[in-house]
Write a protein that binds this ligand. Structure first.
Ligand code: VGL
Ligand code: ZN
Length: 192
C-alpha cells in the first residue's frame, strides 16, 4: 500500500459508505469492531468541513422483507430496514447538516451494493465538480468495494482511507484490497 501525506484539495469529495447501526457491534449484520472507524471518520469530516469539501453519506435502506434477506432466499439477515434504529447512522458519526444523502437498497427486485448503482451519484458528483473521491465506511468487502470499483469505472480518482474502513471477513478484506488496487485506487494509511 502506498503511503500518502496529502489531504483534501479543491475538486475532492468525501463519501462515507453505510456507517449505520446494523453494521456495527450489536447490529443485525455487524462488521466486528465496525464502530472503531467512527472517530477516524470524524477526524476526516472535520478536515473536509474546514476545506469546504462536499460530504456524501450513503445508507443501506431496505424495505421490509427485502429480496437480499434470507427469508427471501438472499444472503443476508434482515438489516437496515427503512426507518428502523438499525438503519440510522451510528450516533457518534458527526455528519454536518450539509451532508448529501445517498439512499440505496430500496428496490424491491434487486440489491444495490454500490452507492453508484441506479442512484445517479456519478451525475451528482460531476455537477458538484468532483474529480477525486475519498472513501470511508462499511463494509470494505461488500459495499465499499462495489462503490469504489464503480467510482473508478465512472472515471473518478479514488483515495481509500484504510483506517476508516473495515471488512466483514479478513479474507474478504484482503481480496477487496487486491481488487481495488488493481483498479487504480490509492490507499492512505495514516492514523489520525
Ligand atoms: C452491506 C451487506 C448487505 C454493506 C449492505 O453496506 O456493506 N453489506 N447490505
Ligand atoms: Zn443491505
Amino acid at each position: 500500500m502506498s503511503e500518502m501525506s496529502e489531504t483534501f484539495e479543491p475538486g475532492d469529495g468525501f463519501l462515507i459508505v453505510d456507517v449505520q447501526n446494523d453494521f456495527c457491534s450489536g447490529g443485525a449484520l455487524p462488521v466486528a469492531g465496525g464502530e472503531r472507524i467512527v472517530p477516524v471518520i470524524n477526524w476526516w469530516l472535520g478536515e473536509a468541513v474546514a476545506k469546504g469539501v462536499p460530504i456524501y453519506a450513503s445508507r443501506d435502506w431496505h424495505p421490509v422483507g427485502h429480496v437480499s434477506f434470507r427469508e427471501r432466499g438472499g444472503p443476508w439477515p434482515p438489516h437496515c430496514v427503512q426507518d428502523s434504529k438499525g438503519a440510522q447512522f451510528h450516533p457518534d458519526l458527526a455528519l454536518p447538516c450539509s451532508t448529501i444523502l445517498v439512499t440505496k437498497g430500496v428496490r424491491f427486485d434487486q440489491d444495490q451494493y454500490s452507492a453508484f448503482e441506479q442512484t445517479g451519484l456519478a451525475v451528482q458528483l460531476r455537477n458538484d465538480g468532483i474529480r477525486r473521491l475519498w472513501v470511508a465506511g462499511l463494509a470494505e468487502d461488500v459495499c465499499v468495494l462495489a462503490t469504489v470499483l464503480d467510482a473508478r469505472r465512472e472515471g473518478f480518482d479514488v483515495v481509500l482511507i484504510e483506517k476508516a474502513t473495515c471488512s466483514i471477513t479478513l479474507d474478504g478484506g484482503k481480496k477487496a484490497r487486491c481488487q481495488m488496487q488493481a483498479a487504480g485506487v490509492r490507499f492512505i494509511n495514516e492514523r489520525k
